[in-house]
Every structure is written in structure tokens, then in C-alpha cells.
Design a protein around this ligand. Sequence first.
Ligand code: UN1
Length: 478
Amino acid sequence: MNKRYDNYIGGQWVAAASYSHNINPSDLADVVGEYAQADATQVDQAIAAARAAFPAWSTSGIQARSDALDKVGSEILARREELGVLLAREEGKTLPEAIGEVTRAGNIFKFYAGECLRQAGEVLASVRPGVSVEVTREPLGVIGLITPWNFPIAIPAWKVAPALAYGNCVVLKPADLVPGCAWAIAEIISRAGFPAGVFNLVMGSGRVVGEAIVQNKQVDGVSFTGSVGVGRSIAASCVARGAKVQLEMGGKNPQVILDDADLKTAVELSVQSAFYSTGQRCTASSRLIVTAGIHDQFVAAMAERMQSITVGNALEKGTDIGPVVSQAQLEQDLRYIEIGKAEGARLVCGGERVSCAQDGYYLAPTLFADCTADMRISREEIFGPVANIIKVADYDEALAMANATEFGLSAGICTTSLKYANHYKRHAQAGMVMVNLPTAGVDYHVPFGGRKGSSYGSREQGKYAQEFYTTVKTTYVG
Ligand code: UN1
């Protein structure tokens, strides 16, 4: 009998009419647990509980909030190995990557425990003599948080922690594929000293639970990370009823490699950001844009380096890349690999499933060369361990190619030239620029987000998170 995990509503653990199996993608025989599937009524109850808790919580003392957030962060950090195993088991990233992500989540709670104490406003002189003006921030209200499967603990943390720190009440809907880490955070939060109703967890599908959150008039703001299609429809619903919305969506991130790059650095950071975490990051480099002078050497060095990448069970020592998260995602990756071949791209490495001791969704890291900008594999986000090499003549063409995408999340350049690095920093059309670093793998205390089709609304993380989670009040005192 598998253990059952319930929803958390108004300070109570609440059973659901149905439960779904959380399956380990490294070993399909391994069931992590059975997780409640909320229905629309339960979602409405969670939102009502958050609404009821809001007046007291939004005016509560910042010391109590800070203490509670700090307690959550400390417990996550103390349990990082155990939670890392849970994360690797439900999502399929390797244990070191999973422990790293858990650590990030703990640090995020601690960061916002500090930020909570640094909520400042401004006092300005009025243009009218004898009048002064105060600009302050107040909590937004009840916030719906909808998180994706690829960062099962860090993304819930980077939405929940600032929402609570700035005095909001929360309804969290984690991805249906990976509810385990979100449930673990909820359980920690349930013992950390937050009043009932301030934090609620409702698990289940986007179609039922996500939709009920987005449509409920009591929800003042929705922060979503996930696909472009779902993001756009959430935005349309929120805007139609005047709710605030923040979206983090896809990427087709470029990594430019110039002739003067250090070849070893170029190969290492490309392997890291294209294939680690099974390429399942919106910050992954999926377009390696390489200038002519280093191109052939780079392709050869990548082909050689990729021979030493071990694909395997996420929990096993020595695994570099775990499985793809699900059957549906695996099918999407394989479909794009066929599209790439049909479009005339040259398969340098990978392209096929890998078999391991356990039955899982294993896919070899896949590299295409001779790709052009108009190919679908160069334009559409695949979200798997699949990368393209695009050859260009020089820096100017590389920059134009890097920007020739409807996305704009993270953009990398590998060069030893200060001139080109500086030019790229200014002209890359992305929310984040990485110089001689992978496009993926970001700090937890600075703004995260993109431009163009990648993001919508204000930035997440760091002190910039307050823009979404608060509303500004201008007070005139005569
Ligand atoms: C990272 O690269 O460290 O869904 C974070 C994603 C992003 C997070 C990436 N929102 O992949």
C-alpha cells in the first residue's frame, strides 16, 4: 500500500476523492506515493481560507513572518540529503543536482526571511508647500502560484517565500507530475508558525486545479512558470478580470562561441547547459552558435566529450544525466529528433533511447550540427537533452543569430575578447546574459526573468520580487 498525501487547506490536511501515482522516471516500478487530486470545490475552499487569513496576516509583525520563513529555510537545509533523494526520485535529475536545488530552496527562504525585515518606503517633498508624500508598499492579497515539474522545490520556494514575506496569503498548485517536494514544503510550513489559511496546497491537474485558481475572483494575482501556451491563456483570463499576472515561460537560449574562445571552457559550459538536468531547464542552451574559425574543432571536441557522459538512474553514483521526466516528454523529444533529421540537420551524437538496468525514460544526449535558423529544431523549444550547432561567419552574424528568436530568457557568450563580451552584454535581447558561463544555473538572490516570449510581468527573485507581490500606495500628508 502506497502512502497517501493530502491537500493542505485552512491549516488542515484534507483528503480528496481521488489520488494519482507519483512515478519515478528512472524506475517505472517505483511509486513515490499517491498524491491527492483536488477538485474545484477544494480549490475554492483553499482560496476562501486564504482570503479569511489575509486581514490579520497582511498586518502582522514582520518579526514573526521572518522567524517563520527562517525556520522553513533551516529545516529544508538540514534535510537537504533526504529531500534531494525525494526530488531526484520524482523528477529524475541526478542526486547532486537535486541536493543543489534543495539547497537553493532553503537559501531562498532564508533570503526572504531577511528581505521581510527590509521593507522600506520613500518620503518625498510635495510640489505643494507644507505637504509631504509617502510611497509605501502593501501586500497584494491572495496569490495563486502554479509551478512546473522541472524544479519541484526551487520554483515553489521562489514564489512562496516572497509571497509570504511581503504579507500575502498563498494557494500553491505544484505540477501534477512532481507533487512530492511541494507537499514536503507544505508539511514544513505547517509546523513553522504560520496562521491557518496563510499557506494552502492544492495538488492536481492544470485543467481542474489551475483553471479553478485562475478563474476565482478572490485571487488577486497569479504567478506561473510553465509553457508558453498555458501562460498566455492564464494571462488572458487574469487580465480579463483585472488580476495581476507574472509568467515565466520558454526559452531557446543561444550560446555564442567565438573563434577566440577557450575551447575547453566552450565545450564544458555547452555540455553543462545543454544536457545537464536532462536539458529540462528553460535556461538550457539549445542553440550553440559557433564562428567559422573554431567551428570544426568545437564539433569534434563536443563529439568526443559527449562519449564520456553517463546516462542513468538519477540516484546512482556516477550518473551525469538522469532520465527524461515522463513518457509524453520523451515522445516530444524523439519527435523533434526525427524532425531535425528530416530537416537535414547532421546528427553528431545521440538521437536514441538508452537502456538501463531499470525501465525508465532514458534518452542519449543529442547534438545536431549544420543547423540553420529556419529549422524547427532551431526555433521551437524542445525541453530535452537536444542541442543544435549553427555555424556563422563572425561576431556580427552570431549576435544577429542569437537574437533571431521569439524568446529572450538567457543568452551566453564564450570569448576571451573584452570588446565582444561588452558588446554582447549590451545587445543580447535577453533578461539574463552569461559571459563564459553556462546559460543555465542562476543565483537565488538576484532578479530572474526574460524578455519577448519568455516572460511577462515583473521579475522574480531577489528584492525585485516585491514588484509583483506588493501594490504601491502614495499617501499625501498635509
Ligand atoms: C536555472 O537555470 O538555474 O524552469 C533556473 C526553468 C527556470 C529555472 C532555471 N524557471 O528552467
